[in-house]
Design a protein around this ligand. Sequence first.
Ligand SMILES: [Zn+2]
Length: 318
Amino acid sequence: MAKQPLLLFPLVASLPIAALLLSSGSAPGPDPGPAASPAAPRPAPPADDGKLRIIAFGAHPDDCELKASGVAAKWAALGHHVKFVSTTNGDIGHHEIAGGPLARRRKAEVEDCARILGIVTEVLDIHDGEIMPTLENRRKIVKLIREWKADVVLGPRPNDYHPDHRYTGILLQDAAFMVIVPYFCPDVPALRKNPIFLYYSDGFKKPNPFEPDVVVSIDDVAAKKFDSIAALESQFCEWNPWLFGYLDKVPKGKAERRLYLEKQFTDRYAPLTEKLRAKVMERYGPEKGARVKLIEAFELCEYGDQPPAERLRELFPF
Ligand SMILES: [Zn+2]
């Protein structure tokens, strides 16, 4: 998750919504303990069937879901292949549990999200709060993009309050050329065509603010997005509410929680739609564009392929 921390830190104790603006792993937690879990089988890449192939990276097991679950559901509904990757295992973002048990819970939660969205998901076994832009991690990211034979890569900008978000953004930038260099990681065939790399929206302004190149209405899949957020219980019904002091406001029942989170996140996402309303109307026309409630927005990274407008349309065919 991402937001300008300067606005938040003085307010977090009194404003529940502020809780949503910071990520898991954003505060000190218990010692993460030993490595998270025994190696599980990794999801196999899809067959070459002419469909689009999208891989999205987030630093924690909630970041992709918060920023791109709407477009993921839309792509998946059209038979395109989408994969979410969390670059850390989320094993410190909680006030009561940490280490392996938390990492396993986080993995199970994003697997629920993947079922809801019709995509696949993978969580790298790197401790929350500890990812660095190392050569080893650059190789990992490059291999993941190549294995997926991605047409589109999504991820955070490197301007962000959270070091894991920041370094995940750097790692993606580092991969944006190396994926087509055959003798970098020669054990996984290089892509012959560079994917396009796109950043998630965020509110950070320095050194430069987010500039949208693609806006997508997600109103038709909003229920799936909110179902996914509700599936991330350890994040949004426990950790964030505890961290920012509104745990007593979270309902106990599943249905009530789902409604509570829908309201909370609708309030949170709606300002982006208003801010980018002109762009939304440009894409959908004035009449339909004026009615759009929720969007996801993306900025083209200048290091990957630079598609003409019509290619960008083909990659977001909805
Ligand atoms: Zn995060």
